[in-house]
Design a binder for this molecule. Structure first.
Ligand SMILES: Cc1cc2nc3c(=O)[nH]c(=O)nc-3n(C[C@H](O)[C@H](O)[C@H](O)COP(=O)(O)OP(=O)(O)OC[C@H]3O[C@@H](n4cnc5c(N)ncnc54)[C@H](O)[C@@H]3O)c2cc1C
Length: 204
């Protein structure tokens, strides 16, 4: 009996400090987690601020991309079917975007488009295509001063890729008609607060 009591006391002597040490460690981990989350939410907060449409400072600072110089975020895309499907879909989005881009974009709209194109050249999910895209952008930066500039620059970019892949060259004088949705030239800058049935009737 005495022996059992001694063993129990010994176990308690070991267990109590171990529990205290573990609790302190857990608390520290929690503090670290809170710290990291704080930094993260600050970063997200900063990004949100930069995404404010009223902000003029939307372009990605060149040195922010220095560690990605000459690299793509995604790996090489070896599946030819996926590579072609991805290409067709992406070109379609880009050409329709250019055909609906404002004729007289604001500085903020130009910066948004520039940031989008730059980001796509790093994030395009075919890594080797993304590298070609970046090289082209370096030599021929996106022309975003007007709808026509965007459409023609993009058409020329697509033709560079066509030439590289030995595909037919597209006649860029027809590009607007090909991707025009027929929605009318003034349907830009959608504001949900103005999208009332009465306004809709007037616009139509
Ligand atoms: C930014 C980018 C870079 C790419 N880089 C590579 C690469 O390095 N290597 C690779 O293997 N693939 C690349 N691709 C994919 C490649 O361009 C094609 O999308 C893919 O090979 C499928 O070709 P496709 O013949 O179906 O027609 P696509 O070239 O996808 O074109 C789709 C349709 O667009 C129309 N079109 C053609 N040319 C033009 C033009 N100049 N302007 C407007 N419309 C046009 C035609 O009607 C055509 O049928 C890239 C795609 C993108 C978006």
């Amino acid at each position: 009996m005495l022996r059992t009591t001694r063993i129990l006391i010994l176990l308690l002597l070991i267990a109590i400090p171990t529990t205290i040490i573990t609790l302190v460690k857990l608390n520290k981990t929690g503090e670290l987690y809170d710290k990291q989350m704080g930094v993260l939410s600050n970063q997200i907060g900063t990004k949100r601020l930069n995404s404010d449409p009223n902000s003029k400072n939307l372009s990605i600072p060149k040195d922010a991309l220095a560690d990605l110089e000459g690299k793509a975020v995604m790996g090489k895309l070896v599946n030819e079917t996926l590579r072609a499907d991805l290409g067709r879909s992406t070109w379609y989005v880009l050409h329709v975007m250019a055909s609906r881009y404002p004729k007289d974009p604001t500085e903020t709209e130009k910066a948004l488009a520039d940031t989008f194109i730059t980001s796509l050249s790093f994030l395009y999910p075919c890594g080797d295509c993304a590298i070609h895209f970046q090289r082209h952008l370096k030599k021929n930066p996106a022309q975003l001063s007007s709808r026509n500039d965007f459409e023609q620059w993009l058409c020329a970019l697509h033709n560079v890729v066509n030439k590289f892949l030995k595909k037919p060259i597209f006649d860029c004088s027809t590009v607007h008609d090909k991707y025009d949705c027929g929605c009318g030239p003034d349907l830009v800058r959608y504001d949900p607060s103005e999208d009332t049935p009465a306004n809709r009737d007037i616009k139509l």
